[in-house]
Design a protein around this ligand. Structure first.
Ligand SMILES: C[S@@+](CC[C@H](N)C(=O)[O-])C[C@H]1O[C@@H](n2cnc3c(N)ncnc32)[C@H](O)[C@@H]1O
Length: 275
């Protein structure tokens, strides 16, 4: 496994993923009953954008730095922006929260958060990030397997699936995991982050998850036309059993990222699969 999220923290794709994550969590928390959250691919927890790895790519310059400086960002980004401000009390944008930081800071009494990371270095950092939160557990385990296991336990469930896509079978494993989890828990909310390279791969994935039977909400942000399949031309969130009422906020997020951070010809769109 070569992928380290520190190289990419705070890029445009993180903005789409993490704004969507905050919107989903807010909607799921309108129900007072306890929620179990499984983060199948958690990474280190949070990132130092002044660190060597982040500075080597500079991707945050075209992501979170632009968002925090913008005066036209939609309110759908407000919770993510508030998390950045909370993590940087002296001002500036040095520390960027990963999904574990965004999830663990909002845990309520009775909620559980299970975060999975396979790499030794990032698993150690993840454990440190989650240590202050009694409801959170860091596991150095395969996130796909943990998601299936948790789906059989009952109670309200939210699964975030955010693989690095460096293995040929990541798409297949996502589809298998969604199908298995939804079989055990048809109401589980499952959010998947995907890179958008070419339409064939994206369509094939949507067809692969169709048999899982759930209604899928798709939020996509294309920063340029999908003409070069070797590049990440955009990204998408595919959400099974999304809470009602998120379409408009997700559209605002996807459009802002595409228009402000993309090239002419980019687009943002939110739609549902199925009939
Ligand atoms: C895209 S990063 C995660 C970023 C994180 N979700 C966030 O938003 O802050 C993907 C991570 O998954 C880890 N990983 C890869 N395969 C895994 C697996 N089967 N189970 C758990 N973690 C895995 C990688 O080491 C990497 O740190």
């Amino acid at each position: 496994m070569n992928y380290r999220h520190a190289f990419h923290a705070g890029n445009f794709a993180d903005l789409v993923k993490h704004a969507t994550l905050t919107l989903l969590l807010e909607a799921l928390r309108t129900d007072p009953s306890p929620l179990t959250i499984v983060d199948t691919h958690a990474g280190a927890g949070g990132y130092d954008l002044d660190g060597e790895l982040a500075r080597r790519t500079g991707e945050a310059a075209q992501g979170i730095f632009r968002l925090m400086a913008a005066d036209d960002a939609p309110v759908a980004f407000d919770t993510l922006k508030a998390a950045i401000r909370a993590g940087n009390p002296g001002g500036g944008v040095r520390f960027y929260p990963g999904s574990p930081s965004l999830i663990s800071t909002g845990l309520r009494r009775g909620d559980r958060y299970v975060a999975c990371e396979l790499r030794d270095d990032d698993a150690t950092l993840l454990g440190q990030t989650l240590a202050p939160f009694p409801g959170a557990t860091a596991l150095q385990s395969d996130g796909f397997e943990v998601a299936r296991r948790e789906a059989g336990k009952g109670g309200r469930l939210f699964i975030l699936i955010d693989p690095p896509f460096e293995r040929g079978d990541d798409y297949a494993r996502i589809a298998e995991t969604m199908a298995a989890a939804l079989l055990l828990d048809p109401d589980a909310c499952i959010a998947v982050w995907l890179p958008l390279k070419d339409l064939e791969t994206f369509d094939a994935f949507l067809r692969a998850v169709e048999p899982a039977g759930a209604d899928m909400l798709v939020a996509e942000s294309r920063l340029k036309p999908l003409t070069d399949p070797m590049k990440m031309n955009g990204c998408a969130m595919v959400i099974a059993n999304a809470p009602a009422g998120l379409e408009s906020s997700l559209t605002d997020v996807c459009l802002w990222v595409a228009r402000r951070l993309g090239e002419p010809g980019g687009k943002g769109d939110v739609w549902r699969t199925g009939p």
